[in-house]
Design a protein around this ligand. Sequence first.
Ligand code: BG6
Length: 482
Amino acid sequence: MEQAPKSAFVIFGVTGDLTARKLMPALYQLHVEGVLHPETSIVGYARSQNDDTALRESMKKALKTYVKGFNVKAWESLAKRITYIQGTYDDVKGFKELAKHLEDLKQENRIFYTSTPPATYTGIVKGLAEAGLARSEGGFSRVVIEKPFGIDLETAKDLNIQVLEHFAEDQVYRIDHYLAKETAQNLSALRFANTLFEPIWNNKYIDHVQVTMTEPMGVEGRGSFYEEAGVIRDVFQNHLLQLLALVAMEPPSRYDAKSVRDEKVKVFSAMECLDLNHAVMGQYVAGNGMKGYRDEEGVNPRSRQATYAAATFKINNWRWADVPFYMRSGKRLGDKASEIVLRFKKPPHIPFDVPNSMISDRLVFRLVPNEGISFRFNAKEPGQHFKMDRVSMNFYYDKEFDRPAPDAYETLILDVMQGDATLFMRADEVEAQWRIVDPLLEQWEKSKKDPAFYSAGTPGPSQADEMLERAGRYWHKPGNGK
Ligand code: BG6
């Protein structure tokens, strides 16, 4: 793999959870693999009183917790390049100090990562600009913005205006880590590097598409964030819509930032979310020894916030007219799973004497667990009679390749260092995504209905099953090749 250029990687909010769980482990792995330039500097920036030694100690502790096979020697060679700057997010003083520090470090290529609450984003870009850090003379200056990017179309537009006042679009990297998951990328490989699938990838052969993301966790101490966000803003507007776009977009002429994002924007522009009659908004209550959402810290005891949703989307173009796209996701749903399922139509004529209920073929892309792709189809059972059974062709990542798939954050950090924005969201793209979910959010906020309650640790509200049953369909049970 090509080595990243020499740069300074500045993390705003370095004392937070995302740095400990994702950013630092990713930087460490890139360092171990020799992909990180040996003179990379990592600069932590946060409000609290801290110093280089204390930051290094807390990062070491995080790595010991989150990295398998932590190696002290490798750590020591990285640790000495980690430094700390204390400052606020709304006062230019801290940013000026940061600018001086970067000069002292002789780092002309700079990456600024906002691992902070969304309310700080505009202060950070303004502070960087005022301290002269948004300019890319003599080296590059790039800013990485974490999700959520706004809370609706209006706020996202506003944030884009504020960010783009100081940075050019090609300096801005809006992150959605789902795009860097191996299976998400493999979806494009399967579609565009093989001849077999593309001719049947349309409404003539595909009955419907399902995107599922289930999580066993609750809101994990993020009650007040979740009260604002809910499942639609937290994962539908970004992760799930992005996966859906990868399924639905037209083949790009090149796999680069402009071509891929142009195609995704086209799909988002043709997409609509059907109303609440074709959706289910749910919320977990106590069950299986776990507390209910309304009992979580920071949550209003009468909250109507959705911790689960199932919704129906349509794409109004020639390829996808009349093919429903169903999406569902929720917290406290038993096991962790993320997958995309394409259900094919039944053959137009079946010459065998088999029951009418014969199931049609299905292609499954699993992101978690058992990362891979499975095709499930009908085959003849052994014997003199002509009886059908269901069989699978499976591709499992860990069986085919002897190196583990990198964490999404490793891929994304390396991409920012190398200036490749293909897996990041463009301004118009993020706005197009809000345009799709905003009407559903508005309807839900206006309706006074209670959410569909489901017990923690179960597969979710039965209303979601009924939603598909009404259309003569059913949800795929995630988890394996079957
Ligand atoms: C985050 C959401 O973006 O994605 C979390 O804010 C969610 O609520 C997480 O748990 C899931 O990511 P992953 O990679 O663990 O599937």
